[in-house]
Design a protein around this ligand. Structure first.
Ligand SMILES: [Zn+2]
Length: 147
């Protein structure tokens, strides 16, 4: 009985350590956009990435990436391919803009509601549910079209 009690105490001890460890872990792993402070969820597919002093920085949206890019014109800007989740150079990506269906899908994110893809022809085939927007090649062209 004494052994059982000490094992129980040991279990309780480790369990309490574990339960304290979870919130700390969560706090550390939450990624926030440095421009607006919004949480960048691991499932988000509209993330941009720039480089600031050699460090990679992620942005929640086209809007925040644009603000960063305005201040850091020489930084390489990357965007997540909506279909594959891979980061691709923002200048070579194609952007689906002005789609009300994309806007409805991303309504919790920040406008303009834009998704980026590496290959426009593949995207047109695979993203047939978004049939109401227009594809624009390159970040700067997309930005100009949205202004
Ligand atoms: Zn942001």
């Amino acid at each position: 009985m004494k052994i059982f009690t000490s094992q129980l105490l040991l279990f309780a001890f480790f369990f309490s350590l574990f339960s304290f460890a979870i919130p700390t872990q969560e706090r550390i792993s939450i990624l926030r956009c440095p421009i607006c402070g919004t949480e960048i969820k691991p499932t988000s597919k509209t993330v941009f990435m720039g480089e600031n002093d050699g460090e990679k920085v992620k942005f929640c949206s086209f809007a925040c990436a644009s603000k960063f890019h305005k201040r850091h014109l020489t930084s390489n800007l990357y965007v997540m391919d909506y279909l594959t989740g891979e980061f691709i150079p923002a200048n070579t990506a194609s952007y689906l803009i002005k789609s009300s269906k994309v806007a409805a899908l991303l309504k919790e994110e920040m406008p303009p509601y834009v998704i980026a893809v590496k290959d426009k022809s593949v995207a047109k085939d695979q993203l047939k549910q978004f049939d109401d927007g227009e594809y624009v090649d390159g970040y700067l062209n997309a930005k100009q079209s949205l202004e």
